[in-house]
Design a protein around this ligand. Structure first.
Ligand code: PLP
Ligand code: COI
Length: 392
């Protein structure tokens, strides 16, 4: 609108000059209308990009909770193919009462974040890996694959459209993206749904664990199984989280932040938590559980590179017997939502393993890993090739 006013004033001043200026003015106005409709900003001969006004939120006080933002991406699969997909302002979904997701929990999802860099750019972190993972998750639940190239494109579209919701650099908050794919068509016999929807919404979030980003957490060893030996523990299916709700509810009521799950077959080896992988530090070693029933965390795989190539650590991915935990110098959990949260205490049915770094502060190695990872994510530290995708 400002541009219109400027142009109007110019026009008023210049109209007596000559016809050429009048025609130039007309062309500008047409270009303005076009650009305004497309992008929400216009130009007066030279493109002038409108600075996005941020939403008026108390960014530093955000928790990890859902707040609908302006746009989400929606694509539908029917009769063997995906439609073109589009941004939508509609935060609700209407579907059959007999939808595959409602009857047989046919749903998979992802989680990734967008960050504001110190110089004000907006970036995302390795979205291609989330795209690959949701492809794998979909195949496991007999759902159509939403191609990872389209996934990355949808990430760019959703973040760009919700630019005003991306928390500012240094606020401690980020824009969390939740892509998900679910059976929307009706199915009553146990079978894959006949049609699907892929959606991706964005929501600004603060730290996952109450008490802030680096406050040590207290966990308990769960008596429940998270994943069957040849089940779905290695994909991001909603059903894995539904069956962990009772365990997390009990843990919370007993004053713990999370559960450590052991392998269901032998109940002797460390697996992961309900929403994060586990990492252990022993001397100069970065050790994580090797198991085909845990989620291959993007954060953990990135930290393995950070530990080895940036911090000169030795990286081990191997079976970790639960009994070895008491020998570790530092223990933490890692994931997109959790980033890295230090673990202070592990309660195994009343036997408490006190991690040497205690309940007051994050250990030095986990802190260094965290600072390096978030430094890479916010472009303060140079990232390995292809890790950062800028939203333009
Ligand atoms: N493990 C589980 C069960 C999770 O839900 C998550 C969260 O995504 C992770 C691990 C961490 O994975 P990522 O680092 O890819 O977010
Ligand atoms: C994530 O870290 O993105 C997750 O999906 C974990 C979930 C428990 C919030």
């Amino acid at each position: 609108m400002v541009n219109y006013i400027i142009d109007y004033v110019l026009f008023e001043e210049l109209i007596p000059v000559n016809l050429i200026i009048f025609w130039m003015w007309c062309i500008t106005i047409v270009a303005e209308i076009y650009l305004f409709a497309q992008n929400g900003y216009g130009l007066v001969f030279v493109e002038r990009r409108k600075t996005m006004e941020k939403k008026n939120l108390d960014w530093g006080k955000l928790t990890f909770s859902y707040q609908p933002t302006d746009y989400r991406y929606v694509a539908n699969w029917e009769n063997g193919s995906w439609d073109d997909g589009e941004l939508s302002t509609e935060p609700t979904v209407t579907m059959s009462e007999c939808a595959g997701v409602l009857q047989y929990a046919q749903a998979v999802f992802e989680g990734l974040k967008a960050y504001t860099t110190k110089d004000g750019r907006i970036v995302t972190f390795r979205p291609d890996l989330n795209g690959e993972r949701i492809e794998r998750s979909a195949k496991r639940l007999v759902m159509p694959v939403f191609p990872k190239e389209r996934f990355v494109d949808a990430v760019k579209k959703v973040v760009k459209a919700n630019e005003a919701w991306v928390p500012p650099f240094g606020s401690g908050a980020t824009l969390y993206l939740r892509p998900f794919l679910f059976g929307i068509g009706p199915v009553i016999g146990v079978a894959p749904a006949p049609s699907y929807q892929f959606r991706m919404f964005a929501t600004p979030v603060g730290p996952y664990f109450p008490g802030g980003a680096v406050k040590p957490i207290r966990v308990k060893v769960s008596d429940y199984d998270r994943a069957a030996p040849v089940g779905t523990g290695d994909i991001k299916a909603g059903l894995n989280y539904a069956m962990s709700l009772r365990a997390i509810d009990e843990a919370h009521r007993e004053g713990f932040n999370e559960n450590f799950y052991l392998d269901s077959k032998t109940r002797t080896n460390l697996e992961e938590t309900g929403g994060a992988n586990i990492i252990c530090i022993k001397g100069n070693k970065f050790i994580t559980p090797k198991s085909n029933t845990i989620l291959p965390s993007v954060t953990r795989r990135s930290l393995e590179v950070v530990a080895k190539d940036y911090l000169g650590m030795e990286v081990e991915e191997r079976v970790i017997p639960f009994t070895e935990l008491k020998e570790m110098d530092e223990i933490g959990v890692c994931g997109t939502a959790a980033v890295i949260a230090p673990v202070g205490e592990i309660n195994d049915h009343g036997d408490v393993i006190k991690v040497p770094t205690g309940m007051e502060k994050c250990g030095p190695v986990l802190k260094k890993l965290r600072d390096t990872l978030t430094g890479i994510q916010m472009c303060e530290i140079e990232a390995p090739e292809g890790w950062i995708v800028e939203i333009k």
